[in-house]
Write a protein that binds this ligand. Structure first.
Ligand code: OAD
Length: 246
């Protein structure tokens, strides 16, 4: 599928301005990872409230742990796709003019090389003990659900009803308010506060572009829509701006 045709405004602002990219589960779809909503989505047939809330974990920790263990296994077996890699190229080319804010917890942006990244919803590769608070990076798929202190371990992701990690939203909102261009890729734009970032940026004068094969809750409020998969559109953008060639 074609990567769509970006406007001159988007390309100019990418070349010379401050850029915020906001991503969601859709950018990992072409890596074979399920999104949350829609047919075959992770929430299809599940009420997120039974899997992704502190109450669900308190009630049935084994089921919640198993759900996230399966997602860790799927993510470990997946590889970054051209969309992830294009965002890493943008970071290399733009330096401190660029920030990536992601709702994704799968680690694929990091594996593609992104470092200027704000993880709004945490990471499945971080584990935290609910009793002693010990938190660490855990790449072992057979990680024990029990801490040596006897407490239960939980994934380091943000669940519904929980606050975002300290500073994460502030950092993303600050970048949104200073951005000249915002690229919103692979998100249904219905989970707040992340979904509010493009509006913050737009009010402050940014040009907003949505990259998503399907229309979303945001579609009517962006300046430009690219109806294409991010794995095609983001590399096409890098190429159109003549970045990443050297
Ligand atoms: P969703 O599953 O809600 O939305 C995924 C979006 O990706 C949809 O709009 C799809 O049309 C789009 N999409 C699918 N394939 C794509 C592709 N190849 N390229 C570009 N877009 C594509 O996922 P999120 O918006 O990330 O939160 O969901 C937001 C939050 O809701 C998640 O972080 C998670 C979930 O509940 C928590 O768990 C707290």
């Amino acid at each position: 599928m074609s990567g769509g045709s970006f406007s001159d405004t988007a390309i100019e602002r990418l070349r010379g301005g401050r850029v915020l990219a906001l991503t969601g589960a859709g950018v990992s779809a072409e890596s074979g990872l399920a999104t949350f909503r829609g047919p075959d989505g992770l929430w299809e047939g599940h009420d997120p409230a039974t899997l992704a809330t502190p109450e669900a974990f308190a009630r049935d920790p084994k089921t919640v742990w198993k759900f996230y263990a399966a997602r860790r296994e799927a993510a470990a077996g997946a590889s970054p796709n051209p969309g992830h890699r294009a965002l890493a190229v943008l970071e290399t080319e733009l330096g401190d003019r660029f920030l990536l804010a992601t709702q994704n917890v799968d680690g694929l942006h990091e594996r593609a090389g992104s470092r200027r990244i704000v993880r709004l919803h945490g990471s499945i590769w971080r584990i935290r003990c609910t009793r002693c608070g010990d938190e660490y990076e855990e790449l072992d798929l057979r990680a024990s659900a029990r801490c040596p202190c006897g407490g239960r371990r939980r994934p380091g992701v943000v669940w519904f009803g929980e606050p975002l990690p300290a500073d994460a939203f502030d950092r993303a909102a600050e970048a949104a308010s200073r951005a000249d261009l915002v690229l919103v890729a692979g998100t249904s734009s219905i989970v707040y506060p992340a979904a509010g970032l493009p509006e913050i940026a737009r009010r402050a004068g940014a040009w907003t572009v949505e990259i998503n094969p399907q229309p979303t809750a945001l579609s009517e409020r962006v300046d430009e829509r690219i109806a294409a998969p991010s794995g095609a559109a983001l590399p096409a953008l890098v190429e159109a701006a003549a970045l990443g060639a050297s």
